[in-house]
Design a protein around this ligand. Structure first.
Ligand SMILES: Cc1cc2nc3c(=O)[nH]c(=O)nc-3n(C[C@H](O)[C@H](O)[C@H](O)COP(=O)(O)OP(=O)(O)OC[C@H]3O[C@@H](n4cnc5c(N)ncnc54)[C@H](O)[C@@H]3O)c2cc1C
Length: 303
């Protein structure tokens, strides 16, 4: 029988109704398939449950870590002591508000959200269809692709702060910029998002989404675990082009490698550790800087 830590004992006593997993593997919940155990992982199903978890966490003096679909995260090999809140099981809602607005809950996948809009004949989320995260993670990251970005279509975000209080922020208040939102500073948790879209025939929207998916499949290593583009786009260039130009395609540290198919991706060849990936990111940044004078900054969130 495994012995519970003091934190595990306290939180399981205080939250008997909430789904809590102890020593839950983070590798299981991240697209990189990397990461040790979370001391406690909570799976709230409703906003009320999330609020209860946050209040209890504050009581125990623990700042929780938020996990969406885990597609942009490098989790530590040693795992995370304390609480990880996984928003994947949050009740899913997708609703049409009027002719041009939809509201979607945070745990819904980008693909499902984009398909929902497309089926209603609402255009603007085609770019997001192939981004493999949740709507909440997409808003936090201001995710984007093929010229589209969440900030172009997001008009309102309902958030919960770490004390469990809800409020609605406008798109302007979100302070969006390239792969950044105000949530990075506040730690607020996205509950739902409103998108403003424009009318277009469904077939045309589906056609664009399919075309973008084909482009993605032909250029990205979707058959290997990764967290997408490893580096942000630097001023004056593209990270993938700079890495390729520096001759780093296939460069390896342990079982982490720069993808042969897309130099902007770091892939897990099987059994890569967080330390392998971090060393590889450092090496690639240094070599690109030495060769081009351009600094690369990780896009992946390193826990
Ligand atoms: C194959 C592949 C392709 C990708 N292509 C793209 C692309 O084209 N464009 C792009 O921008 N990204 C891309 N990504 C990266 C990733 O999918 C996006 O950043 C995505 O938006 C992350 O969402 P997530 O739910 O997985 O967030 P996670 O990875 O779980 O979390 C990312 C950050 O958001 C926070 N977060 C998550 N959910 C919430 C919430 N509800 N409230 C508050 N904070 C939250 C987390 O704490 C973390 O800091 C790709 C990734 C992969 C694996």
């Amino acid at each position: 029988m495994t012995i519970m830590t003091a934190f595990q004992q306290k939180i399981t006593e205080l939250l008997p109704q909430i789904e809590l997993n102890l020593e839950e593997s983070l590798a299981k919940h991240t697209s990189f398939r990397i990461g040790g155990p979370a001391e406690v992982m909570a799976f709230p199903k409703t906003g009320a449950e999330l609020s209860e978890i946050l209040k209890t966490s504050a009581l125990l003096d623990c700042k929780p870590v938020i996990l969406g679909a885990g597609t942009n995260i490098l989790a530590p090999d040693a795992g995370v002591r304390g609480l990880v809140i996984c928003l994947r099981n949050l009740q899913e809602t997708l609703e049409r508000l009027d002719d041009s607005h939809i509201r979607v809950s945070a745990g819904v996948s980008m693909a499902r959200c984009a398909t929902f809009a497309a089926n209603l004949g609402l255009s603007g989320l085609e770019f997001a269809h192939g981004i493999p995260g949740s709507v909440g993670g997409g808003v936090y990251m201001n995710a984007g692709a093929y010229g589209g970005e969440i900030c172009q279509v997001c008009t309102e975000v309902e958030v919960m702060d770490l004390s469990g209080n809800r409020r609605v922020l406008t798109g302007e208040e979100m302070d969006f910029s390239y792969r950044h939102s105000r949530l990075e500073g506040t730690g607020d948790i996205v509950l739902s998002v409103t998108f403003a879209l424009t009318k277009k025939p469904s077939e045309e929207i589906h056609e664009v989404m399919q075309d973008l998916m084909t482009r993605r499949r032909s250029s990205q290593p979707l058959d290997l675990p990764s967290a997408g583009s490893a580096f942000k786009r630097p001023v004056g260039g593209y990270a993938a082009a700079l890495i390729d130009q520096t001759g780093l395609k296939g460069y390896r540290v342990g079982s982490a490698a720069v993808s042969q198919k897309h130099a902007g991706f770091v892939v897990n060849l099987g059994g890569a550790t967080s330390e392998d990936v971090k060393q590889l990111l450092r090496d690639v940044s240094q070599k690109v800087f030495d060769a081009t004078g351009i600094s690369l900054e990780p896009e992946i969130r390193i826990w």
